[in-house]
Design a protein around this ligand. Sequence first.
Ligand code: ATP
Ligand code: MG
Length: 565
Amino acid sequence: MTETTTPAAAPEEGLNFVEQEIKADLEAGKNGGRLNTRFPPEPNGYLHIGHAKAIIMDFGSAEKFGGTCNLRFDDTNPQKEDTEYADAIKRDIHWLGYDWEDRLYYASDYFEKLYELAERMIREGKAYVDEQTSEQIAAQKGTPTQPGQHSPFRGRPVEESLDLFHRMNAGEFPEGAMVLRAKIDMASDNMHFRDPIMYRIIHAPHWRTGEKWKVYPMYDFAHGQSDYFEGVTHSICTLEFVPHRPLYEWFVKELADESYCPRQIEFNRLNLTYTVMSKRKLKQLVDEKLVSGWDDPRMPTLCGLRRRGYTPEAIKDFVRRIGYTKYEALNHIELLEHSARENLNKTATRVSVVVNPVKLILTNYPEGKTETVELTNNPEDPQSGTHEMPFSRELWIEREDFMENPPKKFFRLTPGGEVRLKGAYIIKCTGVKHGPDGEIEEIYAEYDPDTLSGMPGATRKVKGTLHWVSVPTAVEATVRDYDRLFSVENPSAEEGDFRDLLNPDSLKTRRVMMEPWLAQDLAPEKHYQFQRIGYYTVDPDTDEGRPVFNRTVGLKDPFAKILKQ
Ligand code: ATP
Ligand code: MG
């Protein structure tokens, strides 16, 4: 896989290559100037960020050109599908901000029509029932440079194939006993034309059609025809379908006349570093409880990203940046994080939370006294207002913000050194108390009463500013800090079991101290910036009554400099 770059040629500003094709078709008056796309998920798992790229293309291009986009469940494999998945898929598309209105379809709606088409093709000598095993069929397939061999059943009488096909569907034969194949060309350069399988026997009940069918169409025999039945004009999919396109068109021609044929266009998949995108693998992580569920905040699923704190805007911005091309790429997760920071910077309320607390005592501040300081909710948003935070003699500060033996250029608190407490006074460290193991238990300091906003010393400059939370009114919360789900950049490219590549330290939980205003303000899925620390989002869980926050991303952005150039 190669790294992604912007497409080499982008002649039309703002339009990706697929949209340019669509525009050209519309301008040429194809399909009567109509645009109808579709998003065709198989309801056999939850949507991931790769699907978001397809959704943004399918729904987004329809939106851009005043067309429509169908949601069609590609439910041709009853063994793996479920309403739980279908419901989750609908929820996630809506979350991204798209709507199929009254255009909700199912490939299973077309089982009848597809079955009739198959019967017709048998009668016309274009399909036959093959009683060989899948191994035998595979062995006869040949290679791209060597033609395949004809099945011994290829020449069987039409009536025999028709009778067997009906009996396949009546449940007379076990799974795998026989299949229906198209009779095309066992010597074709395109392997997909070497008598592709149209139908197989499956005895599992289907979540929508129940026990009605015992034969189910293969993807290649269902997809193009479904597009055709719905009047889809542009069937946009990923690059692995390029070699399927001739077969797609071949099957559609069995139905279509010259006036209308859906057009398949392919773009590159989204692949993200440090994760996997295969639904089968993601399901395995869930089933084997290697993550907490499909919505585990480390998962690349849309529900996982949502729970982690990623917004639809961030995901759309990321997809816009990586673009749509005709070559495969591996996309950096840091770029997605960059998009999240950019979005959350504009929208997230700033709050004071100390994530690794140590006690600071201001020895010259009166005991029992409380003052109130005002914090700006979001300096990026003038409308966001302010909130109040109590100040007192005892404060929580970050353990990392104090060093007894600091290196040069450590501008935070040190013995004898001065810092400003954000929104409040300048303080000077006067000493520390060590615990039995030598760890620091308390830090002592004196505050300069002349340095509050509005006072003569307010403008006095010190190098460091620390965030803090007042001890008596602090409220405890739990934060979940996440790291990469996998410890290698591209787990799918590695040999061996992908599960062995999981990062064992991808979740760390800790107890933190938050300012009291936040405890009143928070609600599930709300985003905050913990000042100087990162972006955090409220989780639906609680931890023995304490609120739980998920770290979306830290504040440090490795991409910021590169992207500014
Ligand atoms: P499966 O292996 O189960 O077929 P799939 O990821 O292809 O998995 P589908 O439900 O068939 O899942 O996908 C629906 C649509 O999403 C398809 O059009 C597919 O091309 C697109 N899609 C899937 N994965 C990606 C990805 N990583 N990037 C972009 N589009 C994707
Ligand atoms: Mg698929």
